[in-house]
Design a protein around this ligand. Structure first.
Ligand code: NAD
Length: 278
């Protein structure tokens, strides 16, 4: 569970984390305490989720030393300026009661990403952010950001799962040394993922569930995963993915599930590709 990836700035990030999108603020503290107690050491929140404060309070109550937990949040800010972006990140730190974040992402292209990025870069220099990255950036928006950047994004968090495997984006990010982090690693529970015959039959051969096979498929490609569940037993299940490996043949079978398009049609510039020609 403590396996890490070394980001392009030398910072180590756990390959497995716990995401709290749509975790109600009233239960977030309990869920994050559960996740930490079963061994998760990476947490993924966002300003947009309105539960940053509860993630922060769970971190403080857990008794786990701050430097053993990798904490990510994401900025959401329209009409951004350099000054407003800086102030906005400091708002996240304040809500969470933290001196620094391990990773701050631009949640999706906000329209004034150059100014936001300059603010992020300065916050790295000031010690408020250890790493910076983006989310839902595809080649046009990603390349435009990097053109004027002095720090290359450490991470791009994008929808990635067995039904939308992101092979062209993975290749594109590799050119920059930007790690791919999957959001929706369990396809948000859609498309019958938990009863998919390919995933369940591979799982049966390893004594694992379809969910564990789907997560392992990503992990085995060096993709960071942050599955979400409010149930402690599923948190444990989703973390038990480091004690087995998929064979090349099994990886190929899962590769055949790729549809080449995202589940919900969002974000609008998500790549569509023909998985048969990848
Ligand atoms: P997910 O793919 O993690 O799926 C979560 C769903 O699967 C939930 O309904 C849960 O009940 C169910 N589930 C989880 N484990 C299960 C198991 N073992 N067996 C059966 N059902 C199980 O979806 P997600 O929460 O959208 O994505 C994970 C995280 O990614 C989020 O919590 C959030 O932190 C992040 N995220 C980021 C963005 C972004 O735009 N950057 C968008 C969506 C999510």
């Amino acid at each position: 569970m403590m396996e890490t990836i070394t980001l392009n700035n030398g910072v180590k990030m756990p390959l497995l984390g716990y995401g709290v999108y749509l975790v109600d603020p009233s239960v977030t503290e309990r869920c994050v305490l559960d996740a930490l107690s079963v061994g998760y050491r990476s947490l993924d929140t966002a300003q947009y989720y309105e539960n940053e404060a509860m993630v922060g309070s769970a971190v403080h109550k857990s008794g786990v030393p701050r430097d053993e937990i990798f904490i990510t949040s994401k900025l959401c800010l329209s009409r951004a300026t350099y000054a407003r972006a800086k102030e906005n990140v400091k708002g996240s730190l304040k809500r969470m009661g933290l001196d620094y974040l391990d990773l701050m992402l631009i949640h999706w292209p906000m329209g004034n990403d150059g100014e936001i990025w300059q603010a992020f870069e300065d916050l790295v220099r000031e010690g408020c952010l250890r790493s910076i990255g983006v989310s839902n950036f595809y080649p046009s928006t990603y390349d435009a950001l990097v053109r004027n950047a002095s720090i290359v994004p450490a991470v791009n968090q994008i929808e990635t799962h067995v039904f939308y495997q992101q092979r062209p984006m993975i290749a594109h990010m590799a050119k920059y040394g930007t790690a791919v982090e999957s959001w929706g690693p369990l396809a948000e529970g859609m498309n019958g993922i938990f009863t998919n015959p390919v995933l369940t039959s591979i799982g049966a051969a390893h004594g694992k569930t379809a969910a564990q096979v789907a997560l392992r498929f990503l992990l085995q490609q060096g993709i960071i995963v942050i599955p979400k569940s409010v149930r402690r037993e599923r948190m444990i299940e989703n973390a038990a993915i480091f004690d087995f490996a998929l064979s090349e043949e099994e990886m190929a079978q899962v590769r055949s599930l790729d549809t080449g398009h995202n589940l919900e049609g969002w974000p609008s510039d998500a790549l569509r590709y023909d998985p048969r020609v990848q």
